[in-house]
Design a protein around this ligand. Structure first.
Ligand SMILES: NC(=O)c1ccc[n+]([C@@H]2O[C@H](COP(=O)([O-])OP(=O)(O)OC[C@H]3O[C@@H](n4cnc5c(N)ncnc54)[C@H](OP(=O)(O)O)[C@@H]3O)[C@@H](O)[C@H]2O)c1
Length: 247
């Protein structure tokens, strides 16, 4: 067993759902945790509840990420990218094909921004601060395999990005992996879009007969972040109750 020391952990999207569950696990383990997100209120709540540090910035905005660097630790052991979700962009602003295509383009840009750029920019900003043997974990989605429009495509791009990062950072003993959840409840992910019929269909696709919880995902994240997981890198690891097999 490798002895654990206090690690410095940054979790984007750490104010709610899966990110919050990850923060709770790392905090319980005695690590020093920073949670980030755009809205101040959920971050402050997590900071109070878990005794972690909250920092508000838009992880898809280069300027805001650069400014945040002043408030983030000078060395980082674990970086968890939970920021992301389905882009809810408005429909066409006017009749006609150009407006319709403009709305399509806006949605695809927003998906890419929320799910890919957030991880890309924060990792690029902190790459020089990652310690030897650091861990990077990004939250992907089952949607990368099932196809889910711009969201699934963005999560597939995140997987490809992680492979490149694992290759670039591997010589420093740093691992980069994607954890790919299926239906995970008690998050803000679905907003008001979940219906009983949709939930029933998604649960029926699992072999466990239940929805996932944020802690199901956080448990895998903390394993991949552990010293024991040093030879697991460049992988996409699902947590979906068997709704889709990884092979
Ligand atoms: N729940 C599911 O069923 C499910 C399934 C597969 C994958 N996932 C993925 O799991 C990850 C975590 O989502 P969740 O399920 O825990 O839902 P969630 O509660 O909506 O969490 C997403 C978090 O990301 C933050 N965020 C979004 N865009 C951001 C940005 N540009 N900059 C900084 N923070 C940003 C949000 O906070 P602010 O809005 O305040 O910024 C929020 O705290 C996401 O990547 C999601 O795509 C979820």
């Amino acid at each position: 067993m490798v002895p654990m020391t206090v690690r410095r952990v940054i979790i984007t999207g750490g104010g709610t759902g899966i990110g919050r569950a990850c923060a709770a696990r790392f905090a319980r383990a005695g690590d020093e945790v920073w949670v980030t997100g755009r809205r101040r209120a959920p971050l402050d709540e997590v900071a109070t509840d878990l005794g972690v540090t909250a920092l508000s910035f838009d992880a898809s905005d280069p300027e805001q990420v650069a400014t945040a660097l002043d408030h983030l630790p000078s060395s980082v052991d674990v970086l968890v990218h939970c920021a992301g979700g389905v882009a809810r962009t408005p429909g066409p602003e006017s009749p006609g094909e150009a407006a319709r295509l403009a709305a399509v383009a806006a949605e695809w840009r927003a998906s890419h921004s929320a799910n890919v750029l957030t991880a890309v920019l924060v990792t690029a900003a902190l790459a020089g601060r990652l310690v030897e043997g650091a861990r990077v974990v990004a939250i992907g989605s089952i949607a990368a395999r099932t196809g889910a429009g711009s969201y699934g495509a963005a999560k597939a791009a995140l997987e490809a990005w992680a492979v490149g990062q694992a290759r670039a950072l591997g010589p420093r003993g740093i691992t980069v992996n994607v954890v790919s959840p299926g239906l995970t409840e008690d998050t803000e992910f679905f907003g008001d879009t979940m219906t009983p019929a949709r939930r029933e269909r998604l649960v029926a696709e699992t072999l466990t007969g239940r929805a996932g919880t944020p802690d199901d995902v956080a448990a895998l994240v903390t394993f991949l972040a552990s010293p024991e997981a040093g030879h697991v890198t460049s992988q996409v690891v699902p947590v979906n109750g068997g709704a889709q097999a990884a092979r």
